[in-house]
Ligand binder design. Structure first.
Ligand code: GLV
Ligand code: MN
Ligand code: MN
Length: 412
């Protein structure tokens, strides 16, 4: 499918940024929030928006907004789309940027049709959606909505010990003004995010685009196992208090406990022996636990059982273990009325739930919110293997344009 004259192709837009933030050692992209790579992407987005004559502003939480408002209407109650530009370490090219590029292309489609919006259209780019630098996912939308207290956010630190406050300041934000922003929130009359699908749903259904129904409840916990640092050669096996051995047992418990609860998913994707040397028995292991289930009570039971087993595994090795909650988001169900409207505009689009987290799920507690998913032929995400075929990307942008045209025409 070739884009009409004046309409940028999604593939072309993503091609512009294909060289930004490549990770030579992990493969794929590493674009942590406020890194040079992520800032370059924000600059690219700003440039694309300004070329289209949009008004671009960054709010006090670092969310970048680009406004199409030909009638000069008040921004309150606007239609807003968008996504994020930060990535997980070694992530794919589409998680986040597909939604941003598709938003620009959808705007081009609307203009090429001569469409006159009854309300302003905003394109929003949210910072730290992945939580890959400061640990809390959807940091920008959580700050915007007040779901995260500013003092908590400001004190979060990245793996190098840099605080969110310092990183935000270096990126041009004033940390004193970070936090719930009712004025910015009131501008969102309805939010619609397009995203690459992160599973196999659309492969199995044989469709390029889906309407989302819900986002699985999920949370993150920090698991710290403390033992005794010592010498790898001079310390007899009987004399060790090795937290890495306890961590290995704890990781097996994570898998086993999750398997005992239907629908639960539990992952340890990050595990750091400290200080970390081949000939050093670690003094401590820092590990992070990601648990997801539709029912928060089940999530709590899974985490409680993992905690019990991790503490037992630690005690067996003469170590101690603590588990601390870092974030928790209940299952989000998108607005049913909006979902039906999207299905009418996109006949044939299936309805899909997702196990991945999104800023849209945070916003769903505050404003009517929906999502569109675009087929990922590998079914793999948070990996360089994530993919979208060009025709599906263009179909997604067209679907987004049709959906936005409906929302921009009709009352909220
Ligand atoms: C983000 O993509 C998440 O699901 O953690
Ligand atoms: Mn994403
Ligand atoms: Mn992601």
């Amino acid at each position: 499918m070739t884009a009409p004259t004046g309409v940028a192709s999604v593939a072309g837009l993503l091609g512009d940024i294909a060289g930004t933030g490549r990770d030579a050692s992990r493969g794929g992209y590493s674009r942590p929030v406020f890194s040079t790579a992520e800032r370059d992407l924000v600059t690219w987005f700003t440039d694309q928006a300004q070329r289209r004559g949009l008004d671009v502003e960054t709010d006090r939480n670092g969310i970048v907004w680009a406004w199409w408002n030909p009638a000069g209407a008040p921004l309150t109650g606007s239609v807003v789309t968008g996504s994020h530009l930060d990535s997980v370490p070694g992530g794919g090219a589409f998680d986040g940027p597909l939604g941003v590029a598709s938003s620009l292309a959808a705007l081009d489609h609307l203009r090429a049709r001569g469409f006159a919006p009854a309300r302003p259209l905003g394109i929003a780019v949210f910072p730290e959606e992945e939580g890959s630098r400061f640990g809390v996912a959807c940091l920008g939308s959580r700050l915007l909505t007040g779901a995260l207290a500013p003092e908590r956010a400001l004190n979060l630190t990245d793996p190098d010990g840099t605080s969110f406050a310092d990183a935000a300041r270096a990126a041009g934000l004033d940390p004193r003004h970070v936090g719930r922003d009712d004025e910015a929130l009131s501008r969102i009359g309805v939010f619609l995010e397009l995203h690459v699908e992160q599973g196999r749903g659309l492969i199995d259904l044989g469709a390029p685009v889906a309407v989302a129904s819900s986002v699985l409840g999920h949370g993150r916990w920090r698991l710290t196992i403390t033992g005794e640092g010592n010498h790898a050669g001079a310390t007899l096996m009987a004399d060790r208090r090795d937290p890495v051995v306890a961590a290995a047992a704890a990781v097996l418990a994570v898998r086993d406990v999750a398997r005992q609860h239907d629908g639960a998913r539990a992952t340890v994707g990050r595990l750091i022996p400290v200080p970390g040397g081949t000939n050093v028995i670690a003094g401590r292991v820092d590990a992070w636990l990601d648990v997801r289930h539709p029912d928060d009570d089940v999530t709590a039971a899974v985490v409680a059982e993992i905690t019990r087993r991790a503490q037992h595994a630690a005690a067996v090795e003469g170590c101690t273990a603590t588990v601390t909650e870092e974030s928790l988001s209940p299952t989000a169900h998108f607005d049913a009325g909006l979902r039906e409207r999207l299905r009418e505009v996109l006949p044939g689009a299936p309805v899909l739930a997702t196990g991945a987290g999104h800023d849209a799920a945070v916003l769903a507690d505050h404003v009517p919110t929906g999502m569109l998913f675009v087929r990922n032929p590998t079914g793999v995400s948070h990996s360089p293997a994530e993919h979208v075929e060009d025709p599906d990307a263009e179909a997604g942008a067209l679907a987004l344009a049709d959906a936005l045209a409906e929302l921009l025409t009709a009352p909220a």
